[in-house]
Structures are given as structure tokens and as C-alpha cells.
Design a protein around this ligand. Structure first.
Ligand code: SF4
Length: 502
């Protein structure tokens, strides 16, 4: 694979934002333009404006550059990582493989258990997609208690991870001491791990958020490696009752302020968002972020649209993610079926990624992004032609599609069958509809009645059974076709019976 990022080594300013502002179209921007079917100049101008980020640490050697921003296709992130209770380096590498196989555009390593450095360097080495982290997890691991954290220790961890090649980092710099009274009014307090840790430190020391007060120093480190900041939503709502409250929006205001500071430093930045939000508040939330955070890309977790479906939160949240993507979110952070219940396993990762690929693609279609619907149209053609193998190949999860089809009709003969086990040969509406279309075309050809009246026999047919209509049309105009149709049906029914008998 081609190496992009190392060409910036040794330059005094390596940030994509810096180059874009100078009018330079980098190799990374060209690659993004190619992948997005956008003009390279548009990519450059969006990066310069801060509406698009290209997370591409100069030390992430095998990265295939991608972009997050409103002009680009909607992206999805998959969170992986171990906990103190379960998982190891090999399992996390497997999760990376599964996540990227099914289409994760970025991956975040949220490990909080042991071996953080080893897991992170292995993931960076094997990942062609940008890797994100939450440095406070390692900073806290290195001290006895959260309250022992110091800004020097925190900055050391940030620089250490930046040197390793981390492409973007979530930093909870917008959780401020003066927002703490808002938390007591909530049903569920602070549900962000990073947000809760920062709040604990602030309340213990009665001091302001150390990242907020040392933000210039944070930016100076990130700029050296072109690490993109992902401004963490430490006060995101953790339930519908807390959605869109004063704590959430007070923090969002600070994230807007920090966005401007990042841009002053030439640091690329995106903003993280909620959380748990009822459907009727999602559009308002997307618009508010664009307004308050100066159109910096919005990276949203879900949001979950109901709180009552543990085990299915990839669905409750993908509904919200699709709406968020439609109304302006640039990247959707997946939620898996294990959310609120445990650490996701490989199957959870697969289901979470697919649920979010669906949400992001649905958003791309709704936003009329270039070429977004071509995929759907190709699938419709394959369905209409009963090209089952092509349907599997086009499916978002080809293996799952084939598995579902073959569960009832596994024999090779059914890969060209003009029906599936859902309706069976007699009731397959695609086939019956095709016969109606063919009969009508034949009638038009024979009578020259283009756009003309239907034969009396069809108009008189009261029975809604499509077969009656076909029979009427065929009896009048295509007796040969009717016989052929009946023979075909008998043949497929016979094949089905034989195959089922084994
Ligand atoms: S049998 Fe029913 S579900 Fe299957 S292809 Fe035909 S119309 Fe579609």
C-alpha cells in the first residue's frame, strides 16, 4: 500500500489545515478527492474552512487518508478496546479486522484494561483507517487515583500517543467547574467516562478543568504530529430525560470557543455530540452544533432514540444516527447490541458496524450525495432479474444475505430461481408483475394500442389475484406465454421439492 503521511516529515508545520490555508493540495487531499468523487480544490477549501478534517498523523505510516465533513460522505466509527474485566491484544486486533471488513471508516481504541501501549501500537500498525483514542484513560491508569492526575502527566500521555501515530484524540476540555450544579438536576448525571473523570478531579481540587486552562499547550503538541482534536462531549445526556438540557448546551458553547482556538493554532478539530435524544430533538441538535461550533464537523454517538431496548441499542441508536446524518452530522459513532450491558464481542462489532453503515448510507441518500443511490439501484436491478449471486455481492453484509437465503433454499438450482422461500413460486410478486408487464407489452405490440385501452377481459377482472389478470391477458393475447408460465411454475416447484428432499 502507498504511504501518504511520511512525506510531511521534517516540515516546520505538518497540519493539513496549514497546507490548505496556504492553498496547497496535499497528497492526502488528492486521495480524499478520489475516494469522495469530489474536486481536489473543494477538499482543500473545506479543510481550510474547518468544515472538513483529514485525520492523518504523520507517524501513521500505512494510513489510507479519508475525510470527515459535511461535503464528504457520512462516516462511521467503531469503538473497540479492552476493559479491566475482559479481552486482550489478539482479540482487539480481530475486532479491528471485523470492523474494517464491514466498513468502519475510523476505529477508536477505548482500552482501559492492561497493556494499553501494546494494544495501541498493534492497532496503529495494522490499521489503514484513522485510529482515535481517549488519552485520559491512559493518564488515569498511570496514577493511583484520578485525583492524582497532573497536567504534566496528562500532556506526556498526549504526546506519547501522538508520537505513536494516533490520528485523533477525544479530549474532554469543555466540562467546566461552573457547570457542575447543572449535573445535580439530571436524572443520570455524567455518563461519559472522560467527563466523569474530569468532573471528579475538578470537584476534588476545586480547580478548573486542566485541559481547558492549558489548551494552548495541548494544541502545540497536537499540531506537531497533525493529530485532529475530537472535542469530547463529557456532559452528553445519558437518557432521554436529560437530552438538550442546560448542561449539554453549556458545554457545547465551550466546545465552540475551543474550536476557534484550535483553528488559531492550525489544529484540525471536530466536535462530539449526544448521546440519548428523542427523534423530534435531533434536527435541532444538529443545527445548534453547526451554529455554535462554526460548522466544525459533528461526530455523534448514536443518538439513542429510546432507553428501553438493551440488547438492541444498535437499532435504537441507528435510527437516531440516520436522522442525525441526514441533518448534518459528519460521522456517526456506532453503538453495539452490547451497549449498557458489557464489552462488545466480535459479533457485536459486526452488527454495530452494519447498523451504522445502513444509517450513514441512508443519510447520504437523503442528502443527495453524488452517486449515493447508485448502489441501491444496482441492487434493485439484481432483484428484478432474480440474480441472487449479484444480490449477495451487492449486500452490505454479503455473508449474512447468502446465509439467510440459503437457510431455506440452499441448492445451487435456487441461485437462478424466480422466487425465494418468502412467497414461493406462485405468489412471487416480482415474477407475476414481470408477467403482467410482458403480457401488456405483447398486447401493445400486437394491437398497436400504445397507451390505449386495456382489453375488456382485464378491466372486468374483479379478482385481485394477479394470476387471474395474467390469465385474462394471456387468454386474449398470449396463450403461448400462459402455457410457458405454467410450465415454468411446475418446474420450479418440482425443483424445490427435490432439493428439499435432499
Ligand atoms: S418470492 Fe417474494 S420475497 Fe422472494 S423474490 Fe419473489 S417477491 Fe421477493
Amino acid at each position: 500500500m502507498r504511504t501518504y503521511t511520511t512525506s510531511r516529515h521534517g516540515q516546520p508545520n505538518v497540519s493539513q489545515l496549514h497546507y490548505a490555508r496556504q492553498g496547497v493540495i496535499t497528497e492526502e487531499m488528492k486521495r480524499v478527492a478520489e475516494r469522495e468523487q469530489l474536486a481536489p480544490e473543494l477538499v482543500r477549501s473545506e479543510v481550510a474552512r474547518g468544515r472538513m478534517v483529514i485525520p492523518a498523523n504523520v507517524n501513521h505510516v500505512n494510513l489510507d487518508p479519508m475525510a470527515i465533513g459535511i461535503a464528504a460522505k457520512c462516516k462511521i466509527n467503531a469503538n473497540i478496546g479492552n476493559s479491566a474485566v475482559t479481552s486482550d491484544e489478539d482479540t482487539e486486533l480481530e475486532k479491528l479486522t471485523v470492523a474494517t471488513k464491514y466498513g468502519a471508516d475510523t476505529v477508536m481504541d477505548l482500552s482501559t484494561g492492561g497493556g494499553l501501549d501494546a494494544i495501541r501500537s498493534t492497532l496503529i500498525k495494522h490499521s489503514a483507517v484513522p485510529l482515535g483514542t481517549v488519552p485520559i484513560y491512559q493518564a488515569v491508569q498511570q496514577v493511583d487515583k484520578v485525583t492524582d492526575l497532573t497536567i504534566e502527566g496528562f500532556l506526556e500521555v498526549i504526546e506519547h500517543q501522538a508520537k505513536q501515530g494516533v490520528d485523533y484524540m477525544t479530549l474532554h476540555a469543555g466540562v467546566l467547574l461552573r457547570f457542575m450544579p447543572y449535573i445535580s438536576k439530571r436524572k443520570m448525571g455524567i455518563v461519559s467516562r472522560g467527563g466523569a473523570l474530569m468532573a471528579e478531579w475538578m470537584m476534588h481540587h476545586h480547580q478548573e478543568n486542566m485541559l481547558y486552562t492549558h489548551w494552548d499547550r495541548v494544541c502545540a503538541i497536537l499540531k506537531k504530529y497533525d493529530v485532529t482534536v475530537s472535542l469530547g462531549d463529557g456532559l452528553r445526556p445519558g437518557c432521554l430525560a436529560d437530552a438538550s438540557d442546560e448542561a449539554q448546551f453549556a458545554e457545547l458553547g465551550i466546545l465552540g470557543e475551543l474550536t476557534l482556538k484550535c483553528w488559531e493554532h492550525g489544529v484540525q478539530v471536530m466536535v462530539e455530540g449526544p448521546g440519548h435524544v428523542p427523534m423530534d430533538q435531533i434536527e435541532m441538535n444538529m443545527k445548534k452544533e453547526q451554529e455554535v461550533c462554526h460548522e466544525a464537523p459533528f461526530y455523534v454517538l448514536g443518538p439513542l432514540t429510546t432507553d428501553v431496548a438493551p440488547g438492541y441499542d444498535h437499532i435504537t441508536s441507528a435510527i437516531g444516527a440516520a436522522i442525525a446524518g441526514w441533518h448534518g452530522a459528519s460521522m456517526l459513532c456506532y453503538v453495539t447490541p452490547a451497549e449498557h450491558l458489557g464489552l462488545p464481542n466480535l459479533e457485536d462489532v459486526r452488527q454495530g458496524v452494519i447498523a451504522y453503515k445502513i444509517a450513514a448510507h441512508a443519510a447520504d441518500i437523503a442528502r443527495h450525495r453524488k452517486g449515493a443511490r447508485d448502489w441501491d439501484d444496482a441492487m434493485s436491478d439484481a432483484r428484478w432479474k432474480f440474480d441472487w449471486n449479484k444480490q449477495f455481492a451487492l449486500a452490505m453484509d454479503p455473508e449474512r444475505a447468502k446465509e439467510k437465503h440459503d437457510a431455506t433454499l440452499s441448492h445451487d438450482a435456487f441461485k437462478t430461481a424466480e422466487f425465494c422461500s418468502m412467497c414461493g413460486p406462485k405468489f412471487c410478486s416480482y415474477k407475476n408483475s414481470q408477467d403482467v408487464t410482458a403480457a401488456w407489452a405483447k398486447y401493445v405490440a400486437e394491437t398497436g394500442a400504445a397507451g390505449g385501452a386495456l382489453p375488456e377481459s382485464i378491466l372486468a377482472a374483479k379478482d385481485s389475484d394477479v394470476h387471474a389478470v395474467i390469465a385474462a391477458a394471456a387468454a386474449n393475447h398470449a396463450p403461448g406465454e400462459l402455457a410457458a408460465q405454467a410450465a415454468r411454475e411446475r418446474q420450479v416447484e418440482r425443483k424445490a421439492m427435490l432439493a428439499q428432499k435432499g
